[in-house]
Write a protein that binds this ligand. Structure first.
Ligand code: DX5
Ligand code: ZN
Length: 212
């Protein structure tokens, strides 16, 4: 079984409460994409939206930081009600310290990599991560096409987690839909993030059901 984490980047911001209720009822986690226009070319949203979602969320909040200097904002995200916090490996000078900082702030730490970073780069940190985020598109925009080499990367990552006996989940993020969910699960994915596939559909609940 994999957890389903709809990405709120694709939600209807004029009717955010409706989409929050949908996740509460049908999914497992809220995936919150925070972009700074610096680590990635795009800017998404920040604390006001995260705090608004936190007020109505009954499912845990999983924030995915695509920002430089993630260490500066760890405490703010904890205060905002975030439960799981990930940042990109190459956004931090000392990833191990930031993972420890996130844990000390009471959240579950995650480490993310883009598709052009070898999965081996994550291996030294697996025992310090609650989860790793394997990007299946380049971070920065919703609605991109799933990159097929993700399956091999996922298989290699899963193998190493098992070899190390690490208690670390794998989240796959980008271009995930009912069409590739089963294969991703077979290759070892524990959390599936889906934005467009869920919220751009006429029937988001049935897409989530199909992904399960
Ligand atoms: C990309 C984000 C993803 C994205 C997923 O930078 O990290 O979480 O919003 O959206 P879809 O499912 O549309 O690729
Ligand atoms: Zn994301």
């Amino acid at each position: 079984m994999a957890l389903i984490a709809p990405s709120m980047l694709a939600a209807d911001f004029l009717h955010l409460e409706k989409d929050v209720m949908l996740v509460n009822e049908h999914a497992d986690l809220f995936h919150l994409d925070v972009m700074d226009g610096n680590f990635v070319p795009n800017i998404s949203y920040g604390f006001p939206i995260v705090e608004a979602i936190a007020k109505k969320a009954v499912k845990p909040l999983d924030a995915h930081l695509m920002i430089v200097h993630p260490e500066k904002y760890v405490d703010r995200f904890a205060k905002a009600g975030v439960n799981m916090l990930s940042f990109h490996l190459n956004a931090a000078d000392n990833p191990g310290e930031v993972l420890a900082q996130i844990r000390a702030a009471g959240m579950k730490p995650g480490l993310a990599i883009n598709p052009d970073i070898p999965v081996e780069a994550l291996f030294p940190y697996l025992d310090q991560c609650h989860y790793v985020v394997l990007m299946s598109v380049f971070a920065g925009f919703g609605g991109q096409k799933f990159i097929e080499t993700t399956y091999e990367r996922l298989t290699a990552l899963k193998k190493e987690i098992t070899r190390q006996g690490a208690d670390c989940m794998i989240q796959v993020d980008g271009g995930v839909s009912a069409a590739n969910a089963a294969r991703l699960k077979d290759c070892g994915a524990d959390i599936l993030v889906a934005g467009s596939a869920v919220f751009k559909s006429d029937d988001p609940a049935s897409v989530i059901a199909a992904m399960r």
